[in-house]
Design a protein around this ligand. Structure first.
Ligand code: FES
Ligand code: MG
Length: 585
């Protein structure tokens, strides 16, 4: 719907200084403008350094607590360098950091808060364009959701993956190998000495997780959407190429302002379809399902779980990356990065849509090549025939659930077993290793009250731990179901995002230990083997748990959060409606 407009705009006369949004603040003959100019002198700038130039907000999620973004303070300087060179005026805005490792109960609780902050900063200040710096998991969707609502010319600078981990002669993936070696420790195969070495080797540099976890998945999605420069998402965070990409992004955003190319011209329905295809063909994180639905919603694009299932059947999995495969993001980068990867799935992409860098995606992919077909497979040698995520339906998940079936043991993809129910994560942690539960590899572990409201914040509890005594018998996977999410670096036969969640009375709330549960991925089915009359009786006896928050941000959150199938945005942010221009002279 907007692809043609963008092309036309690029041929129009460049934006005049008086047309800039920031002109209202700086350029008019009034007391306020005088005051804004005086305050800019206070900042130490000459009039000729900024008057009439596009003002570019550089939104930076750098923080001392966030190891994935610890290099972004420097990168913001590179972005500013590019903005100055192009004749713009850069202003850095520190924004909230969402550190996947440290923030509790989960940064997902705060994704929408950063989205709000992003939107409102861009709206309320004299800004003509924006560069967004982030990459750790929820940062990417949060920044892009807010920016989509603000709808200025925008470039996203992905934080870039950290260097590969190392331990003795092993290459380690952050996250993925943490889970693996923790299980080895629980199984008694390694001890404290090895764990100490692993602590030093797991995460070796600044940058986000270097597996195809949530961070790499979402930054790849951003590149596929066309909001980064080509090839940007896989550049290692500490590579000097990352500095150059940041500077080039600063140069580019000034051009976008001059051409009047706003974010909504890039974030089209076709762009979202291509981002879904990309995520699925990468074998990417299940979290992308929630985030892309939320991001699309901010662009006025209706993306549903069914779109994911439909598109999954059109693309094979071609990236041999951990946690599902063997390699890490640096290998992917040198194998051709996302441009090379997209060239292999070009047949399903919408090549005539614009990106921030090119008039069409076709032009952007011209000359893109794969240099290592072990990392980025040929279409004839896929890792899986279909995309990595399947959408399940059934009486246990009327509004859907997802499973990353390519990361599960194949024997479990069609399985019926008795449920063992845990009412919340604490109970699970307390009791899972109790031999009295007498769990077998055929049991289906069920966790509830871990969804958007119940978690709260839908924590990444979805890879439920396998009991120690089964690990010692060599069991490494079981069917596990929940209304939680799962880390993008996790794996296993984990059914996630069950909607509606148990906390609001979804059928998951009615399951009892011993009930038979059937998972059939090929049939896209998740079924509770209890008849409807009995379920009705249980429903009549069910009462909702008390609200989690009595006040504060959490109270706003529990009041407004939508379910997983709707993207977990806030209802008041996702809905359509006008917002007045903030400038009052
Ligand atoms: Fe930041 Fe994994 S902890 S991306
Ligand atoms: Mg993660």
């Amino acid at each position: 719907r907007r692809a043609v407009a963008a092309t036309d705009d690029r041929e129009a006369a460049p934006v005049a200084p008086e047309e800039l949004r920031s002109h209202q603040w700086y350029g008019t003959d009034g007391l306020r403008s005088f005051s804004h100019r005086a305050r800019t002198r206070q900042l130490g700038y000459l009039p000729e350094e900024h008057l009439g130039k596009p003002v570019i907000a550089v939104l930076n999620t750098w923080s001392d607590i966030n190891p994935c973004h610890s290099h972004l303070r420097d990168r913001a300087q590179a972005v500013k360098r590019g903005v100055w060179q192009a004749g713009g005026f850069p202003l850095e805005f520190p924004v909230s950091t969402l550190s996947e490792t440290f923030q509790k109960p989960t940064p997902m609780l705060y994704r929408n808060l950063l989205a709000m902050e992003t939107e409102e900063l861009l709206r309320s200040y004299p800004v003509d364009g924006a560069v967004l710096l982030g990459g750790c998991d929820k940062s990417t969707p949060a920044l892009l959701m807010g920016a989509a609502s603000a709808d200025l010319p925008t470039v996203f600078v992905p934080a870039g993956p950290m260097l590969p981990g190392h331990w003795r002669n092993e290459v380690l993936g952050s996250g993925t190998d943490m889970w693996k070696y923790w299980d080895e420790r629980r199984a008694g195969l390694i001890g404290d000495c090895e764990m100490g070495e692993l602590e030093n080797g797991l995460a070796r540099s600044a940058g986000h997780c270097m597996t195809m976890g949530t961070a790499s998945t979402l930054t790849a999605a951003a590149e596929a959407l066309g909001v980064t420069l080509p090839g940007a998402s896989s550049i290692p965070a500490v590579d000097s190429g990352h500095d150059r990409m940041a500077a080039a992004s600063g140069l580019r955003v000034v051009e976008l302002v001059r051409q009047r190319t706003t974010l909504s011209q890039i974030l089209t329905p076709e762009a979202y379809e291509d981002a879904v295809a990309t995520v699925l063909a990468l074998g990417g994180s299940t979290n992308a399902v929630i985030h892309l639905i939320a991001m699309a919603g901010r662009s006025g694009v209706k993306l549903t779980l069914d779109d994911f299932d439909r598109i999954a059947r059109t693309v094979p999995v071609l990236a041999d990356l951990r946690p599902g495969g063997r390699y890490l993001m640096e290998d992917f980068h040198f194998a051709g990065g996302l441009p090379g990867f997209l060239s292999r799935i070009a047949g399903v992409l919408h090549l005539d849509r614009p990106t921030v860098a090119h008039t069409t995606l076709r032009e952007q992919l011209d000359g893109a090549a794969v240099h290592n077909s072990a990392v980025i497979r040929e279409r004839t040698e896929p890792l899986a025939e279909e995309g990595g995520v399947a959408v399940l339906r059934g009486n246990l998940c009327p509004d859907g659930a997802v499973i990353k079936h390519i990361a599960a043991e194949p024997r479990l993809l069609r399985h019926t077993g008795p449920a063992v129910v845990f009412d919340d994560y604490r109970e699970l942690q307390r009791t899972i290793n109790d031999p009295a539960l007498a769990l077998t590899p055929d049991h289906v572990l069920v966790l509830r009250n871990a969804g958007p409201k119940g978690g709260p914040g839908m924590p990444e509890y979805g890879m439920l731990p396998i009991p120690d005594y089964l690990l010692k018998q060599g069991v490494r996977d079981m069917v596990r179901i929940s209304d939680a999410r799962m880390s993008g670096t996790s794996y296993g036969a984990c059914v996630l995002h069950i909607a509606p969640e148990s906390f609001v009375g979804g059928p998951l709330a009615l399951v009892r230990t011993g009930d038979p549960i059937t998972l059939d991925v090929e049939a896209r089915l998740l079924h509770l083997g209890v008849d409807d009359d009995e379920l009705e009786r249980r429903r009549a006896a069910w009462s909702p748990p008390p609200a989690r928050y009595g006040r504060g941000y959490g109270a706003l959150y529990q009041d407004q959060i939508t379910q997983a199938d709707a993207g977990c945005d806030f209802a008041f942010l996702a809905r359509e409606g006008d917002v007045p221009d903030p400038y009052v002279g």
